[in-house]
Design a protein around this ligand. Structure first.
Ligand code: F0G
Length: 451
C-alpha cells in the first residue's frame, strides 16, 4: 500500500505529524486508509512545533484581521486565512480554493423567543460555495491530495461530501470518484457531483456500505480518500470554530450545538476549541453538544449503553438523509471532545426535526433537515436544564436549504405529518403553494384571505 507522507521530497520539514488517537504513536507518514500502523485506530494531526514555541495569541489575532484586507487567494479563503493553525504548504500557490469559509453568523430572534435562551446564533456553514460545511475541510484535504501526487480522489457520501469533493477535484484538475447509496441522497446533491464531473456510482447499499467499500478500494488502488477519516479534512473544518470566535470578538459562547452523522465535524470543532484554549486564544471552553436523529443515534446509544467505551452501531433510518449513518467512523474522537468540553449528546424525532427546520426557515435563513436537529436538540437541552436561560448558544447549520427541496416541499404541502395527531402544531408553519387562475381577482382575493 502506498502512503501519504507529510513531506514532499526535497522540501523542508513539515510543521505537523500524524498521531494515533488510541496508542499515541507518532509518524511522519500515513497509510492510505489513514489508520495507525500499530493498532489500526484513527489518526489526527498534531503540531509538535507548538511545544517548542507556542504561536502568540495576540499576534495571531492581529494577523488574521489584517489578512481580511488582502486580495490574495489564501487570504480570501476563510479557511486558509487561519493557516497558522493548519498543516503548512511550501507554496501558497498550491492551494485549491473556492473562497470557502467566510460564513455568516446570524442572530435568530424568533428562535431565541421560542427556546427562551438569552442569545441564540446560527453559524451558517450552508453558505459555503457548494452549500455545506464540507468545503472547509475539502480545500485542505484536496490540496494535500494533489500535493502528494494523487490523480484520483474518492469518497463515500450521503451527498454533501460528494458535492464538495467533486467541486474541489474539478478546480484542482484531479479526478473524483463518488460512492453514494442508491436512492438515498437528495437529487440536489447528486446533481452537483454530476455537474462537477465526478465519476458517480450509486451503490445498492447504505452509506455505511459505501464507506466500507471505499476503505477496501484505497488499500488496493492509488486513490486518495477524502472522507472525514482523512485528518486533513478535520483540520480545515476546525476553522469554523476559529472564525466563529473571531466573529464573536473572542467572547466564548456557553454552548455550541452541532448535528452528528459520521462525527467528523463535531470532532473537528472540538479539536479547534481545545487547541484555541491551549494557545490562549480563549480562556474557557464552550460546551460542545452533538444532536442525532432518533433513527440514526449511534453516538447517543454508545454513550448511554456502553459508557463511550465501544461503538453501538444501529441500522440508520431518517428523512434527514445527510445524517443517515449507523456506524460513525469518528465516534471515539467525538466522545473525547464531548467529555473534554462537558457537552451533551441528544436525539430528536422526525417530527421535531421538521418542526425545527420550519422555524429556522421562518427566520428567513433556512437549512437542510440534518442541520435542524440542532434547534430541536436545543429545545430538549433547555427543558432538561442543561442549557440555562441566561446562556449564549450557537447552532451550527451545516447545509443550505436548497440541498433538499423534496423535504421542504413535502412539509409545506402537508405531505409530511399531515392530518396526524401532531399536525396542528405544524400547520401554522406550513406555507403551501396556491394554484390560481391567472386573474387579478383571484390574486386579490387570496391577498385578502391572508390579511
Ligand atoms: N449535516 C450535514 C448537512 C451533513 O451533510 C453531514 C454529513 C452532517 C451534518 C454530519 O456531519 O458526518 O461530520 O457528523 N454528511 C456526510 C456526507 C456524511 O457524506 O455528506 P458529520
Amino acid at each position: 500500500m502506498s502512503s501519504v507522507s507529510t513531506s514532499s521530497p526535497g522540501v523542508r520539514q513539515e510543521n505537523f505529524r500524524f498521531r494515533c488517537i488510541a496508542c499515541g504513536d507518532l509518524s511522519d507518514a500515513a497509510s492510505q486508509d489513514f489508520r495507525c500502523g500499530h493498532c489500526g485506530d484513527l489518526l489526527e494531526i498534531t503540531y509538535p512545533t507548538w511545544n517548542e514555541k507556542k504561536p502568540d495569541a495576540a499576534k495571531l489575532k492581529s494577523a488574521w484581521q489584517k489578512r481580511r484586507l488582502s486580495s490574495s487567494p489564501v487570504d480570501l479563503s476563510g479557511v486558509w486565512r487561519y493557516r497558522d493553525l493548519l498543516p503548512a504548504l511550501d507554496d501558497e500557490q498550491q492551494v485549491i480554493t473556492l473562497r470557502e469559509g467566510n460564513t455568516p453568523l446570524y442572530e435568530l430572534p424568533r428562535c431565541t423567543r421560542i427556546t427562551g435562551v438569552q442569545r441564540l446564533f446560527a453559524k451558517h456553514q450552508g453558505m459555503n460555495p457548494t452549500g455545506s460545511f464540507k468545503d472547509a475541510g475539502m480545500t485542505v484535504a484536496a490540496t494535500f491530495a494533489r500535493r502528494a501526487g494523487f490523480r484520483w480522489v474518492a469518497c463515500a457520501s450521503t451527498g454533501n461530501t460528494s458535492a464538495s469533493m467533486a467541486a474541489y477535484a474539478a478546480r484542482g484538475g484531479i479526478r473524483g470518484l463518488v460512492l453514494v447509496p442508491e436512492g438515498k441522497i437528495s437529487w440536489s446533491k447528486l446533481s452537483q457531483a454530476l455537474d462537477y464531473g465526478a465519476v458517480t456510482c450509486q451503490l445498492r447499499t447504505d452509506f455505511d456500505g459505501c464507506l466500507k467499500l471505499l476503505q477496501e478500494l484505497v488499500r488496493q488502488a492509488p486513490v486518495y480518500q477524502l472522507n472525514s477519516i482523512n485528518p486533513f479534512r478535520l483540520e480545515g473544518q476546525k476553522t469554523l470554530a476559529i472564525e466563529l470566535l473571531e466573529q464573536l470578538d473572542w467572547q466564548v459562547p456557553d454552548h455550541i450545538i452541532v448535528p452528528g452523522g459520521n462525527l467528523g465535524n463535531s470532532s473537528a470543532i472540538g479539536k479547534a476549541l481545545l487547541e484555541m484554549r491551549e494557545l490562549e486564544l480563549i480562556s474557557r471552553l464552550p460546551k460542545l453538544s452533538v444532536i442525532q436523529a432518533e433513527g440514526a443515534n449511534a453516538l447517543v446509544r454508545t454513550l448511554r449503553e456502553a459508557g463511550g467505551k465501544r461503538l453501538v452501531s444501529v441500522p440508520a433510518e431518517t428523512r434527514a438523509t445527510a445524517i443517515r449513518i449507523g456506524n460513525p467512523a469518528s465516534w471515539k474522537k467525538a466522545a473525547h471532545v464531548l467529555e473534554a468540553t462537558g457537552g451533551a449528546c441528544e436525539q430528536v424525532t422526525e417530527l421535531e426535526i421538521a418542526h425545527a427546520k420550519a422555524e429556522i426557515g421562518a427566520e428567513g435563513i433556512g437549512c437542510e433537515p440534518a442541520s435542524a436537529v440542532t434547534l430541536a436538540g436545543l429545545k430538549k437541552l433547555v427543558k432538561q436544564g442543561f442549557v440555562k436561560a441566561e446562556e449564549t448558544v450557537v447552532l451550527v447549520l451545516t447545509g443550505n436549504l436548497l440541498k433538499d427541496p423534496d423535504f421542504t416541499i413535502d412539509f409545506h404541502r402537508g405531505e409530511m405529518f399531515g392530518g396526524g395527531p401532531d399536525s396542528a402544531a405544524l400547520d401554522s408553519l406550513r406555507h403551501p403553494p396556491i394554484v390560481l387562475d391567472a386573474t387579478l381577482d383571484a390574486v386579490m382575493r387570496t391577498l385578502e384571505k391572508f390579511n
